[in-house]
Design a protein around this ligand. Sequence first.
Ligand SMILES: [Zn+2]
Length: 373
Amino acid sequence: MRSLLVIEVDGGQHLESAADEARDRWLVENGFQVLRFWNHEVLQNLAGAAGFGWNHLPVMLYNHGELQVCPPGSRTFTNGNGNRVFMNFTSAIDVLRSTPIPIDTWKDIQIGENNGGPYKNNYPKMPVTDDGRDELIDVSSYGLVSSDFYMDQLLNGDRYLEPALADGYLWSRALARRFHTRLLARADAFLRANGLFLFVASAWRHPELQKLITADFATKHGADQARRMFAPAVAGQAPPPHSTGAAFDLEVWSLETGGRLEMYYTEGKRNIYNAYEMEKLALDTRRHSDETFVTSLYNRRILYHVLCTEGIVFKSDSELFSNHPGEFWHFGLGDPLSAYLSREPAARHGAIYPRRGSSGAATGSMHSPTQET
Ligand SMILES: [Zn+2]
């Protein structure tokens, strides 16, 4: 039997009722979890009493002895007098949506307008303290859904990527360090409990692939734009963030629609990629009637808070990701860029490569029939 939650809303008059007791006993014996609240508790803040994560469950509500089933996500119920009553049943996701991304002034200055700030010249100078013991794994070993953006491009006919495939620089799924993969899996579990999931759109990248895609982007959009969008792979400098297996381009998808939540926003012909710029625009409350704007703003906040706000999924500083505010989708932890933006003295993670023969697949997986034994 599926586990069900029963919430009983009572006034003091039911405190000593033998009928209530018998009913509660029956419910518990039949696998229901019964929680009782006073009327005023429900009306004031059920979320505070109930905690996060229930919003996807149908809730059976006993109200003055009448059984009501509230569909998932419902916000009202009918009280004993036949009136619809607002139930402050706030889900975790609602809280995240309505909480602005905090603007870190130092980061804001570093990134500058259109990623043209001083950070780009400075973070490649970060010292790297990497013990070289980590390994790259396929993020699907922890149940994460991913694709490789560049493999998809190749499959869609972008032939400039053929040398990368021939030279073994392309994988079909995302590769990442094990530590980071486990953290992403925790964020994914939280999102799934709320009807969403994490999609890893891009993770580890071979420096040679980085060079190839930068050159191609420069051909199509100009060298200036390429410099803004891609970290250079230069000998003697800290590696590009994606070549460390500790930096990710992430999206939030819906379990219900199987599609990405909208996070992009364009004003005129300009793409607003900067998370801080969106928050600054949101200060003008007139924009809150613009559904396209609000949708992207809210969805960016969900992704940001799940990964970067302490106490939601991650409990300690060492687990918190750092967002590149100029690219709302880019998150890292311990790579040179994230370390620089977090004002750490050194990057914990340098360049990393898949182990020979691993082909990036999970050990023992049916996807790696040629694995070495
Ligand atoms: Zn990125």
